[in-house]
Design a protein around this ligand. Sequence first.
Ligand SMILES: [Zn+2]
Ligand SMILES: [Zn+2]
Length: 737
Amino acid sequence: MAGPALRERVRVRLGGAVQGVGMRPFVHRLATECGLAGFVRNGPDGVTIEVEGHDITGFLARLSAETPPLASIDSIGVETLPPTGNPGFAINASTQGQAATRAIADAATCPDCLAELSDPTSRFFGYPFTNCTQCGPRHTITRRLPYDRAHTSMAGFAMCAACAADYADPTNRRFHAEPIACPACGPHLSHSVTEIAAAIAAGGIVALKGIGGFHLMCDARNPAAVATLRLRKSREAKPFALMVADTATMAAIANPTEAEIALARSVARPIVLMAARPHALPAEISPGLTRIGVMLAYAPVHHLLFAALPAQTALVATSANPAREPLVVDNADASSRLAGIADLIVTHDRPILIRADDSVAQILAGAPALLRRARGFVPDPIPLAEDGPVTLALGGQLKSTITITRGREAFVSQHIGDLDTSETVRFWRETIAHLLGILDVRPERIACDLHPDYLSSRLAEEFDRPIVRLQHHAAHIAAIAAEHAIAAPVLGLALDGHGLGTDGGAWGGEMIALHGPGWRRIGQLAPLPLPGGDRAAREPWRMGVAALHAIGQGAKAAARFPHQRLAAPLAARLATGAAPITTSSLGRLFDAAAALLGLRDIQAYEGQAAMELESLVNTPRAMPGGWTWNGEVLSFAPLLTAFANHAPDPSEGADLFHGTIIAGLTDMATAGAATTGITTICLGGGCLMNRVLAEGLASSLSARGLTPMLARILPPNDGGLSFGQAVLARRTTIEGE
Ligand SMILES: [Zn+2]
Ligand SMILES: [Zn+2]
């Protein structure tokens, strides 16, 4: 048997997301359980702990193993000190107020708070704003740092005696829970949960203010309610997200995998794409698609609402915004902008300071991958492999985000939206100002897209800093490499809808070799005419005609697109050789294929044709000889010719199209790897939202001995663009700086 351990004392410094997450009460409890003396305290750089006693090793092991769920320890420094012999363990005053070093993301209601919500003996029984150090709103209510109540939208609510006592008690779950509130002292809903439930049960549409904005909600099993919502929101076909109370209801409407359930249950509570259970819900929820987006209830008000509705209720829960405008967050805004959409508008008096849409994620090749990054993930920083100047990257035009770097961290904003309304532009400006404020930095350089017509590119001048303009697809590839902390040269396949090339062309199917700040295009898809520019993206039949022209079968245009009276004139115009601009975009090739397969002539929303084509896939298989690669250009003319000569049924066509695209792109990447000696292949661009394509490419590249990299913590589409811009801009040398 070992002898009694010596009495030792150590100082432990914790860095990372360690404040405002219940770290001090946790350390207090742990030290007490281990029989140790000492103290814990917040400081400007994180948390400092000193412990003294006989079981320091056990304490340190449990400190790492049992960290509170919202905390994330980036660094632990341990140094030995001489023992003092002082007894007792204390939570000491912070060295600099309650300075939280980092803003924290919003978190779903924790099990303890949930239990109190339905406990009639609890002060928090039925209270829609209950929270604790382990859950509740954070980023969306934070005006500025340090994170304490005075700097949040709870500043206007004075704590009652009971809340003040909980807040000050180190053994309480609400010790220093800044948004602490109860029915006696906190915010209130404008309507009772009973009234909200009654409106939904009656087939009404409810605008409900939540954590990051308003939702529009209705009973998902009521086709008339869903149809009314589509009509009033001017949203013809784009799929609606769903909210359910529990995984049992989830399993009643979908066939989720274990990994999808785990992702849906994570504290960030994203919308998770999963296979719909056929006929469980009206087709109007996600027309033409086989997957649905489902999230679990995440705020107390959601749990209370489901408790007041019949068991296994599924709600449509879509962002409450008029078409193309950002999410509504203000009470006054809600009554003016949502009046024509919702039958009942439910507000509350805790202001939302930061808009945050629900995040969207899927399981990709066995692991989570974000498709839209907002609530629950923002403002967690993304670690960078390199240091560099403070850079503000402005993103693109659509699905916009902005990124600010500080040292070896990048802060990517929440999803902002398409910069084509003044409301969205205002939100974009607010986001920049707020993020600069909470990070307390001034940008040294600005990064934006090469496209001069993007509003973000035009506004770049406003900041009066050196501007670095980056090619769209190089930025996509840089984003993928940087999120995997790869600073070495990589190859990338940028598979996208549209981005301006350095030659003025419309790019979107490029093989890029990225090397530090520089890059080169070393392969591309065979260009197709892009008739009608932006209209071609909305009307796939135009790409269908372009494809027919490209393979010398323009004469078939009228027969193949009988409902489009402009099809024959367009083919005739292309035949005169008065060529419009061309595009190497894979997104447009998807549109062409969907049109030639008779799937869709006109899109109701961006990406609809490609999403429907993906939905039809059973088993992708390559058409032998369906592509050619000449060392520079990858052409799918043989595949398109086969589709033009005899269109297979859409499902078979979807299998053939996906399989052939994957095989052709794999050939191109393999050739690129052989030429350059680079074997890491970053897969970026909006087409990688397509799971069949992303997983198929990843596995076929792996089978060739290459190392594919997929987007995981940022979307592969333009939502990740600002991050890639920031990374490249920091590496760029600026003359005279
Ligand atoms: Zn809680
Ligand atoms: Zn209270």
